[in-house]
Design a protein around this ligand. Structure first.
Ligand SMILES: NC(=O)c1ccc[n+]([C@@H]2O[C@H](COP(=O)([O-])OP(=O)(O)OC[C@H]3O[C@@H](n4cnc5c(N)ncnc54)[C@H](OP(=O)(O)O)[C@@H]3O)[C@@H](O)[C@H]2O)c1
Length: 268
């Protein structure tokens, strides 16, 4: 299926690893110019080189180091991409920490503010900076990546849950606001995705229970009632993102697409 992305320019935040890297890989394969953004400049450059060397694509790969907690850095990053390519068609807002566990009781403000600042505000900052650069021909797209904890109760996941729920709201409001500019805005909502960050986290949490990381991950998927096979691969999320930013999703906006293997207990 041709996604119609050849020659389009995409920004993928958090594109140096995990889900973001998988998205960057797929968009490059589909012929897009891909700008990847993260804080660690060395890791970002290495990821960009890996994309150029290992993934066939006709587009350019541009690493753009920035910390999304800083509004000026977020704005400058988007301006740099728009300067380089003359326009920006696709924004994939993905950067952020993995699930932040912990209870409300006994928590301190910093953890909540940190999650909110990087994820929700980071996505808002990038989207806001991108608006003037979207073309007027209906090829502008935003996909926000916000975990299923914002829609379905996960144990002790309130900090992430609140940040993610706010991103669903941002998606809706932005899709309405940008409809006049013919920009579509959607959300992909992952469940359990096997990224290096989660494998390392599972090893740490498993060690606290006297089990290995793999066993911890299997137990977690069972306990949360995942209906498909265990943990997904980052490429499963990338497939959903690529569809939503493609011409194949031309009549879809303001929606949340769960890529969670049926973890969330929605009736409809
Ligand atoms: N993996 C899952 O199961 C899962 C499930 C639901 C939702 N999600 C969401 O999906 C997204 C990606 O998750 P992942 O597992 O792929 O995580 P990951 O492997 O840890 O990747 C996170 C990416 O975000 C970047 N980043 C973090 N803080 C940043 C900041 N302040 N400014 C700019 N870039 C920043 C990281 O690079 P630097 O550290 O170099 O900045 C990295 O590129 C996250 O938003 C996460 O909450 C993941």
């Amino acid at each position: 299926m041709d996604l119609g992305l050849t020659g389009r320019t995409a920004l993928v935040t958090g594109g140096s690893k995990g889900i973001g890297y998988a998205v960057a890989e797929l968009l490059r394969r589909e012929g897009a110019n891909v700008a990847i953004l993260a804080r660690d400049a060395a890791q970002l450059e290495a990821a960009a080189q890996r994309l150029r060397d290992e993934v066939y694509g006709s587009g350019e790969v541009l690493p753009v180091p920035a910390d999304l907690k800083d509004p000026e850095q977020a704005e400058a990053a988007v301006a740099r991409i728009a300067d380089r390519f003359g326009t920006l068609h696709i924004v994939v807002n993905n950067a952020g920490p993995i699930l932040q566990g912990g209870k409300v009781e006994g928590s301190d403000d910093r953890k909540w503010m940190e999650t909110f600042d990087v994820k929700t505000m980071g996505m808002l900052r990038i989207a806001r900076a991108a608006v003037p650069h979207f073309p007027a021909d209906g090829t502008g797209r935003v996909v926000n990546v916000a975990g299923i904890s914002g829609r379905s109760l996960l144990p002790d996941a309130s900090a992430s849950g609140m940040a993610n729920a706010a991103i669903f709201a941002l998606t809706s409001y932005l899709s309405k606001e940008l409809s006049g500019k013919r920009v579509r805005v959607n959300c992909v909502s992952p469940g359990l995705i096997r990224t290096d960050a989660w494998v390392a986290n599972a090893q740490r949490l498993g060690a606290e229970q006297g089990i290995d990381g793999e066993q911890f991950m299997t137990n977690m998927a069972d306990r949360l009632g995942v209906r498909c096979d265990g943990w997904a691969d980052p490429s499963d999320v990338a497939d959903a993102v690529a569809f939503l930013v493609s011409d194949r999703a031309g009549y879809i906006t303001g929606q949340v697409l769960a890529v969670d293997g049926g973890l969330a207990d929605f009736v409809v």
